[in-house]
Design a protein around this ligand. Structure first.
Ligand SMILES: [Mg+2]
Ligand SMILES: [Zn+2]
Length: 196
């Protein structure tokens, strides 16, 4: 919403934590060492921090929703140790080929579709024009652009290993090595000054 709060939307795997394919055991979750500081800088600068994650592992029957909440609780616990905070998590459990019938749909929320960001903007009163998306894949960039937010690609996940383009998807506004560099870019590009 115009006049709403600015947000930084974060992809999870490859952006906040190591890209490991499906995280179906807590031991696979490895949060990058800079993630806590990066999130805390966004908190202090007045951005809502909102995780936007495709979790077709649920539709595929690899994990269930309670386990996903366990993973997000672990991220929250890790961040809280250093005073950082995610405001809300949005996830898409769907996939067109999902094993579980209730999740076997072409939905509006699976990235690159913008549904999760649009829902977050409605529910949390966020202003897309002053917001940013950070992710490690061009589907993250496309999702952000479709929702009207500037979108940055980081090299800490998929795009570190695979240089090939995903055809038809939009170009990032900038390409950075990792989330901390992306946060630096956002703070420089944003008219917000950090809270005192
Ligand atoms: Mg990712
Ligand atoms: Zn979905």
């Amino acid at each position: 919403m115009t006049g709403g709060r600015p947000a930084v939307f974060l992809d999870r795997d490859g952006t906040m934590s190591e890209e490991r394919g499906f995280i179906d055991r807590l031991e696979l979750l490895e949060i990058f060492p800079w993630t806590t500081d990066a999130v805390r800088l966004l908190n202090r600068a007045g951005f809502a921090v909102v995780v936007i994650t495709n979790q077709s592992a649920i539709g595929r029957g690899i994990i269930d929703e309670p386990f996903l909440h366990t993973v997000h609780g672990e991220i929250d616990r890790h961040l809280a140790l250093a005073g950082a905070r995610v405001d809300r998590y949005y996830f898409c459990p769907h996939h067109p080929d999902a094993k579980l019938a209730e999740h076997r749909v072409v939905c509006r929320c699976r990235k690159p579709a913008p549904g999760m960001i649009e829902q977050a903007c409605r529910e949390l009163g966020l202003d897309p024009a002053r917001s940013f998306m950070v992710g490690d894949r061009l589907i993250d960039v496309a999702c952000g652009h479709a929702a009207g937010v500037r979108s940055l690609l980081v090299r800490s996940g998929h795009s570190a290993h695979r240089g090939e383009a995903e055809p038809g998807l939009s170009e990032p506004d900038a390409i950075l090595n990792n989330l901390m560099e992306a946060v630096g870019w956002i703070l420089r590009s944003s008219s917000l000054s950090p809270a005192r």
